[in-house]
Design a protein. Structure first.
Lengths: 414, 414
């Protein structure tokens, strides 16, 4: 699998991942991804009210959420959150050092960090890591880049989409890490703290494209893609202090994308496709997950209400344990929908699991439970709720809740 | 342990619990608790929008939430939820049969059921159970009553308080079941669907007292006690379709309680004390729980905001796994507080675990982690968050999240 290649598939990008000793495991823990020249960029960050120094740094570099930058330094193993002024200086130093080594200003480099909260970065290791990564920058097929951003992720997650523009192929590529403390509510500045019903892990996504697009329309397309991709994922309802998604455009392929044009829509669709693929991959690779769960709510009074219901179900520990156990316990789906603040009328509500109606407009269906059990034994579960009230719809992505999740998070020691 | 005795300690009550075969385990599964005469009563039920037939029945018997009744029939093993009109007829039949056997009208008997959703009650068994229970009614010390309302509960939970009134001792007693799908948001009619941030298991509480108090002031005192007791508990954020709490007053001890009097306040305090004891016992006995966790939030802008933050922390799977693992990972507390929609400013925020400051006004404390680890090895954990913004305060009760919780709920088969 040429995983790393994805991030450097679009023309004009260089990347490298190294092991610098932040992670006790000794695995890759620092990556540098940069344009060969300045790139058009957009960044979305967590809407948690407690944020890490790297998030503050990104907001300082791109106060409007978009602008021209050179690239990003990402590390795993330590999130540099709740580390006070020194943490902010550390994040700034990472940007400055990486910038200097690639010939850019400090304020042209973003920083993203993931890992334990409340501990200072081991800066001597980080410095040597940045030097080694910049030394190793290249376009070669090296999985170390995506490995360097992973924490409890079990799989390297990447996606790519291609679109024809002005007779050329434009490529959009991306990598993502997620696993636990995942319930992103990514937003542009100013941070929209608290507008989500149950917003929730650290996800870091880095996307690259060789499209010719200015920062503002790039930001608009990215922001539009987030609600139905990254922000539609909840692994454990716990929103991270460090969620960061960045997209960078080198402008080396295709014709200039004019906002509002058909080309702009096709580019936005390709960007949304990559965001969505990364989001679904993140849900499937949640901590301890054995199954991907898709919760499809239709017929809500509004789309916002559909989202509230979808999140209530996707965040229900009881429902997720039932799916883990392969138990067609649809009563838990109804209980979760009913506890949400969105309008639900049981007599209008219908529920299907894997396409099999288990509850239709208030009436339990006599059904072949064995058939639903067999379906639940698979590794992808689709749950559909039709509220029967309106046209609002939303799809949330989550995973089952396993004893492994508890083990990972009871043992992930401070 | 004279557990059952509690419910019949106040004068004027009879109770019995029997095994009638609803539970596959063959354990006690049906209880009848009645006054020897008509009793003053108040009932609070779930605010879930999907409710069981027994909840609908209780609302029909006591449309205002209070009135005169004779008693209650409770069964475990089947919740009679999502069972349509037939389910409603079954609940009504339970009330009618129990009523007839004790010499009361159907509309003088409440019904509460807990267990699997979506399955009809095995009425032949239920009928024989009601007959056997009424046959066995007494004031003797028989733990079968509380056992009959238990599902995944591991302990018999009861409480008692005494207060002097008019030269006599007035007793307030109660029993409760909880365990999983516990995040009650009990309310009087009309149901207040959806006003809670993360309202969540089936709890059934039955309280008795021999106080002389009319239904309306009894309801007022009960309703006032709920937010800081039952409704302050969350085991898994999953609110049940069947939560029911009832209090019955026989009027056989002390002088008549006049609303607004000092005596009324003392009675209310005793009632609140029993509710609180039952609630804390329920949190400690959550499914898979090894520790009781108390989350104390102070310094919020309002008490409502304090509640939102306390619930965000108490419902955080990551925080609860950390406590389970005895890991002083305070970063997860901050992340949970920050994701809540209530106002939080990290630089004003302080966190203490077991009285040890781990984070003070934005600054991590250099601390003796070993000391906090030792504290977390105990079976009761106090977490205090001072938001530093105002005078709002709230205390939520929960338990740790263990692999056992997952096992129970992945294996609890339909």
């Amino acid at each position: 699998m040429a995983q790393t290649r994805h991030i450097t598939l679009p023309q004009g990008f260089l990347a490298a991942g190294v092991k610098c000793g932040i992670k006790e495991s000794g695995r890759e823990d620092l990556a540098v991804i940069v344009g060969q020249q300045m790139v058009s960029a957009a960044v979305l960050t967590t809407s948690n009210q407690v944020v890490g120094a790297p998030v503050l740094w990104c907001r300082k570099v791109l106060p409007a959420g978009f602008g021209w930058i050179r690239g990003i330094v990402v590390n795993s193993g330590c999130s540099n959150v709740c580390t006070g002024r020194q943490g902010e200086r550390d994040a700034a130093e990472m940007a400055a050092l990486a910038g200097r080594l690639v010939g850019a200003e400090p304020a042209e480099m973003l920083v993203a960090s993931t890992g334990i909260i409340g501990r200072r970065l081991p800066m001597a290791k980080v410095r040597s890591g940045i030097r080694a990564a910049v030394e190793a920058l290249g376009r070669r097929d090296d999985p170390a880049v995506v490995r360097a951003i992973m924490t409890t992720d079990t799989r390297q997650k990447s996606a790519v989409a291609r679109v024809r523009m002005g007779g050329e192929t434009v490529t959009v590529a991306g990598i993502v890490k997620g696993a636990g403390m995942i319930c992103p509510s990514l937003a542009g500045p100013p941070p929209r703290g608290g507008s989500r019903p149950g917003a929730c892990a650290t996800m870091i996504a880095v996307l690259t494209t060789d499209a010719v697009i200015a920062p503002r329309p790039l930001y608009a397309a990215f922001k539009k893609a987030a609600p139905t991709s990254f922000n539609a994922v909840t692994i454990d309802s716990d929103q991270s202090t460090s969620d960061t998604a960045v997209v960078m455009a080198s402008g080396l392929a295709g014709s200039r994308i004019v906002p509002g044009s058909a080309a702009a829509r096709r580019f936005a669709a390709a960007l949304a496709e990559v965001c969505h693929s990364l989001a679904v991959a993140m849900a499937r690779d949640g901590e301890g997950a054995t199954k991907l769960i898709q919760v499809n709510v239709t017929g809500a009074v509004t789309s916002r209400q559909a989202e509230i219901v979808a999140r209530a179900v996707a965040n229900s520990p009881l429902f997720k344990c039932a799916v883990h156990g392969g138990d067609p316990n649809w009563g838990r789906i109804l209980a979760a929908a009913g506890k949400s603040p969105a309008k639900v009328r049981p007599e209008r509500l219908s529920v299907r699991i894997g396409g099999v109606a288990v509850f239709a407009r208030g009436v339990p269906k006599r059904l072949n439970l064995r058939r639903v059990e067999q379906y639940l034994a698979g590794n992808s579960v689709l749950v559909e709720l039709d509220l029967g009230l309106g046209k609002g719809r939303f799809t949330a992505y989550t995973c089952d809740l396993s004893a492994r999740y508890v083990a990972i998070n009871a043992e992930y020691h401070t």
